[in-house]
Design a protein around this ligand. Structure first.
Ligand SMILES: [Zn+2]
Ligand SMILES: [Zn+2]
Length: 162
Protein backbone atom coordinates (compact mmCIF):
# COMPACT_ATOMS: atom_id res chain seq x y z
CA UNK A 1 0.00 0.00 0.00
CA UNK A 2 1.07 3.58 -0.45
CA UNK A 3 2.12 5.31 2.76
CA UNK A 4 2.17 9.05 3.23
CA UNK A 5 3.98 10.59 6.14
CA UNK A 6 5.20 13.85 7.59
CA UNK A 7 7.02 15.38 10.51
CA UNK A 8 5.01 17.34 13.07
CA UNK A 9 5.79 20.81 11.63
CA UNK A 10 5.12 19.47 8.10
CA UNK A 11 8.36 20.91 6.70
CA UNK A 12 9.04 17.33 5.60
CA UNK A 13 6.46 15.25 3.77
CA UNK A 14 7.13 11.93 2.12
CA UNK A 15 5.51 8.93 0.49
CA UNK A 16 6.58 5.42 -0.42
CA UNK A 17 5.21 2.01 -1.34
CA UNK A 18 5.09 -0.52 1.48
CA UNK A 19 4.54 -4.27 1.34
CA UNK A 20 4.96 -4.45 5.14
CA UNK A 21 2.69 -1.75 6.55
CA UNK A 22 1.42 -3.54 9.70
CA UNK A 23 2.78 -1.74 12.80
CA UNK A 24 3.54 -4.91 14.76
CA UNK A 25 7.23 -4.50 15.56
CA UNK A 26 8.03 -2.73 18.80
CA UNK A 27 11.70 -2.00 19.35
CA UNK A 28 12.77 -1.20 22.92
CA UNK A 29 16.46 -0.51 22.09
CA UNK A 30 17.90 2.61 23.66
CA UNK A 31 18.27 4.38 20.30
CA UNK A 32 14.65 3.83 19.26
CA UNK A 33 13.12 4.71 22.59
CA UNK A 34 15.26 7.84 23.06
CA UNK A 35 14.93 9.15 19.51
CA UNK A 36 11.45 7.96 18.57
CA UNK A 37 9.70 6.16 21.39
CA UNK A 38 7.94 8.25 24.01
CA UNK A 39 6.17 5.15 25.34
CA UNK A 40 9.42 3.22 25.65
CA UNK A 41 9.59 1.73 22.18
CA UNK A 42 9.40 2.72 18.51
CA UNK A 43 7.44 0.95 15.79
CA UNK A 44 9.17 0.33 12.48
CA UNK A 45 7.49 -0.47 9.16
CA UNK A 46 8.94 -1.92 5.98
CA UNK A 47 8.94 0.12 2.76
CA UNK A 48 10.54 0.33 -0.66
CA UNK A 49 13.27 2.98 -0.78
CA UNK A 50 13.12 3.04 -4.59
CA UNK A 51 9.63 4.57 -4.39
CA UNK A 52 10.48 7.21 -1.80
CA UNK A 53 9.39 10.74 -2.65
CA UNK A 54 10.41 13.57 -0.35
CA UNK A 55 9.14 17.13 -0.07
CA UNK A 56 11.34 19.37 2.09
CA UNK A 57 14.51 17.30 1.89
CA UNK A 58 16.55 20.30 3.07
CA UNK A 59 14.85 20.06 6.48
CA UNK A 60 16.09 16.52 7.08
CA UNK A 61 19.09 15.66 9.24
CA UNK A 62 20.61 12.24 9.80
CA UNK A 63 21.67 10.72 13.10
CA UNK A 64 24.07 7.79 13.27
CA UNK A 65 24.44 6.31 16.72
CA UNK A 66 27.85 5.42 18.12
CA UNK A 67 27.85 1.79 19.19
CA UNK A 68 30.28 0.01 21.47
CA UNK A 69 31.93 -2.95 19.76
CA UNK A 70 32.86 -6.29 21.34
CA UNK A 71 36.46 -5.10 21.80
CA UNK A 72 35.35 -1.92 23.58
CA UNK A 73 35.99 0.42 20.66
CA UNK A 74 33.26 2.68 19.31
CA UNK A 75 31.88 2.55 15.77
CA UNK A 76 29.20 4.48 13.91
CA UNK A 77 25.99 2.52 13.37
CA UNK A 78 25.25 1.76 9.73
CA UNK A 79 21.64 2.79 10.43
CA UNK A 80 20.92 6.29 9.12
CA UNK A 81 18.12 7.74 11.27
CA UNK A 82 16.41 10.56 9.44
CA UNK A 83 14.62 13.28 11.39
CA UNK A 84 13.29 16.81 10.92
CA UNK A 85 15.80 19.49 11.89
CA UNK A 86 13.03 21.91 12.80
CA UNK A 87 10.63 19.89 14.98
CA UNK A 88 12.73 16.84 15.83
CA UNK A 89 10.24 14.24 14.58
CA UNK A 90 11.81 10.87 13.83
CA UNK A 91 11.00 9.91 10.22
CA UNK A 92 12.71 6.74 9.04
CA UNK A 93 15.74 4.52 9.21
CA UNK A 94 17.78 3.60 6.16
CA UNK A 95 20.78 1.28 6.09
CA UNK A 96 23.21 1.17 3.12
CA UNK A 97 23.63 -2.58 3.73
CA UNK A 98 20.02 -2.99 2.48
CA UNK A 99 19.73 0.03 0.16
CA UNK A 100 16.37 -0.90 -1.37
CA UNK A 101 14.64 -1.02 2.02
CA UNK A 102 13.42 1.89 4.10
CA UNK A 103 11.93 1.69 7.59
CA UNK A 104 9.52 4.51 8.36
CA UNK A 105 8.44 5.02 11.95
CA UNK A 106 4.73 4.34 12.28
CA UNK A 107 4.55 7.58 14.30
CA UNK A 108 5.43 9.60 11.17
CA UNK A 109 2.80 7.99 8.94
CA UNK A 110 -0.46 9.85 8.23
CA UNK A 111 -2.11 7.13 6.15
CA UNK A 112 -4.40 5.03 8.39
CA UNK A 113 -2.46 1.83 9.07
CA UNK A 114 -4.01 -1.62 9.50
CA UNK A 115 -4.21 -2.99 13.06
CA UNK A 116 -1.83 -5.94 13.56
CA UNK A 117 -3.27 -9.26 14.80
CA UNK A 118 -0.25 -9.71 17.09
CA UNK A 119 2.99 -7.93 17.99
CA UNK A 120 6.69 -8.67 18.14
CA UNK A 121 8.61 -7.16 21.07
CA UNK A 122 12.34 -6.91 20.40
CA UNK A 123 15.51 -5.73 22.13
CA UNK A 124 13.87 -6.32 25.51
CA UNK A 125 17.32 -6.55 27.14
CA UNK A 126 17.58 -2.80 26.45
CA UNK A 127 14.14 -1.94 27.81
CA UNK A 128 13.87 0.88 30.35
CA UNK A 129 12.87 -0.32 33.84
CA UNK A 130 9.61 1.64 33.93
CA UNK A 131 8.27 0.32 30.61
CA UNK A 132 5.57 -2.35 30.94
CA UNK A 133 5.40 -4.74 28.01
CA UNK A 134 1.76 -5.15 27.05
CA UNK A 135 2.12 -8.66 25.77
CA UNK A 136 -0.81 -10.13 23.85
CA UNK A 137 -1.44 -13.88 23.93
CA UNK A 138 0.08 -14.49 20.50
CA UNK A 139 2.90 -11.94 20.82
CA UNK A 140 6.53 -12.95 20.40
CA UNK A 141 9.27 -11.55 22.64
CA UNK A 142 13.00 -11.35 21.99
CA UNK A 143 15.92 -10.30 24.19
CA UNK A 144 17.63 -8.87 21.10
CA UNK A 145 16.86 -9.28 17.40
CA UNK A 146 13.81 -11.34 16.34
CA UNK A 147 14.22 -14.52 14.32
CA UNK A 148 11.64 -13.29 11.81
CA UNK A 149 11.90 -10.38 9.38
CA UNK A 150 9.22 -7.78 8.73
CA UNK A 151 8.52 -9.51 5.41
CA UNK A 152 8.36 -13.01 6.96
CA UNK A 153 5.89 -11.85 9.61
CA UNK A 154 3.58 -10.45 6.93
CA UNK A 155 3.88 -13.66 4.94
CA UNK A 156 3.11 -15.86 7.97
CA UNK A 157 -0.11 -13.91 8.48
CA UNK A 158 -1.00 -13.84 4.79
CA UNK A 159 -0.79 -10.05 4.81
CA UNK A 160 1.85 -9.38 2.15
CA UNK A 161 1.24 -6.86 -0.61
CA UNK A 162 -2.06 -5.52 0.61
ZN1 LIG B 1 9.34 19.11 11.20
ZN1 LIG C 1 15.54 -0.04 17.99
Amino acid sequence: MKLEGSCHCRAVRFSLESAQPYPFMRCYCSICRKTAGGGGYAINLGGDNRTLKIHGREHIAVYRARLEQADGSMALSSGHRHFCKTCGSALWLWDPNWPDLLHPHASAIDTPLPVPPEHTHLMLDSKASWVEVKRGEEDRCFADYPDESLADWHERHGLSDI
